[in-house]
Design a protein around this ligand. Structure first.
Ligand SMILES: [Zn+2]
Length: 315
């Protein structure tokens, strides 16, 4: 059979759910199934949490999740874990451990659901602090209220930590000021799958929560940490969007380095985000921004907050 036709028929059958585990892969690597579940290995899947990625690992005593999905997607995530994910991974469906890559609602939206059901929530200490008190949201000119106790991380760390579950070695660590002040990676080392939260942005605009101290320099340092941890076979899971390779992640890192250099030159001139936009600071790059003004506003704020690290002589 012609290979193109063969592939087309396979995709059709896969989309219809006709190809089961017994008859071969139920769906192709990295491609979402109709239910929105993407298979990485026999133990790792990515579930759609209302537009955000929820990574699920099947351990002997239950599931380990990285991020809990966007607010109000709890039922969807639960159903995907129970009905679809368990067709790929085996083992108990109860969530025993939940990592939060940072405090944003898209990553912690269903923490209450899993926390109340007994999951231990692990995050960086700064993530716990953001979730434990009311805080100002400058973009929206309002206060966000503290999250209920069941939603807050019960176990926190400052630098790194590790877990051994069955045969899987799970290492996690802080990525300071890359996107917030509490970003972490969670590395399923044995499976070579690395969750990096919003430190990779294959689809959405790279975001810098400057109000927490995040800035381009922190983002680049964090991206270099990820590059050191990974190899060519590592599959990198961002907070949203497709699962990417190390080469794709490195391309984003190199683009960000160029952005840092261009934005810093403009900031030194005293340029506003509007000036930078008009000067075409984001033109000719490998990607386009959906909201370039917001990115440049946040990037500029972050540069000023950390200007002594860029040019100590600047007053
Ligand atoms: Zn975020």
């Amino acid at each position: 059979m012609d290979r193109v036709i063969e592939r087309r028929q396979f995709l059709k059958r896969a989309a219809a759910g006709a190809i089961t585990r017994c008859g071969g892969p139920r769906w192709l690597y990295g491609q979402p199934a109709p239910s929105g579940v993407r298979r990485l290995t026999d133990k790792l899947v990515v579930v759609d949490g209302g537009g955000a990625n929820v990574l699920a690992f099947s351990a002997p005593d239950g599931l380990v999740l990285v991020d809990s999905g966007a607010p109000k997607s709890g039922d969807q995530v639960m159903a995907a874990l129970k009905n679809d994910a368990l067709k790929i991974v085996t083992g108990p469906s109860k969530v025993q451990t939940l990592f939060n890559t940072h405090y944003h609602a898209d990553q912690t939206g269903n923490n209450e659901v899993f926390g109340a059901a007994g999951a231990k929530i692990i995050a960086h200490e700064h993530t716990r602090q953001w979730m434990s008190s009311d805080y100002w949201v400058p973009d929206e000119d309002r206060y966000e209220t503290a999250r209920p106790q069941a939603a807050r991380p019960a176990e926190t760390f400052q630098t790194t930590g590790s877990l051994k579950l069955g045969t899987e070695q799970i290492d996690y660590g802080h990525l300071p000021l890359a996107h917030t002040d509490g970003d972490i990676y969670v590395f399923f080392k044995t499976s070579n799958v690395l969750a990096v939260g919003d430190v990779a942005s294959p689809l959405r605009d790279p975001a810098l929560d400057y109000f927490t101290g995040a800035w381009i320099g922190g983002r680049l340092d964090a991206m270099d940490t990820i590059l050191k941890l990974s190899n060519e076979q590592t599959r990198i899971v961002p907070a949203s969007g497709p699962i990417i390779t190390r080469a794709e992640f490195k391309a984003e890192r190199d683009m960000m380095e160029e952005v840092r250099s261009r934005v810093w030159k403009q900031v030194l001139q005293g340029d506003s985000p509007k000036d930078m936009l008009q000067a075409g600071v984001l033109k000719g790059l490998a990607r386009t921004w959906k909201d370039p003004y917001k990115f440049l506003y946040d990037a500029g704020k972050g540069m000023w907050a950390h200007h002594n690290k860029l040019d100590p002589s600047l007053i």
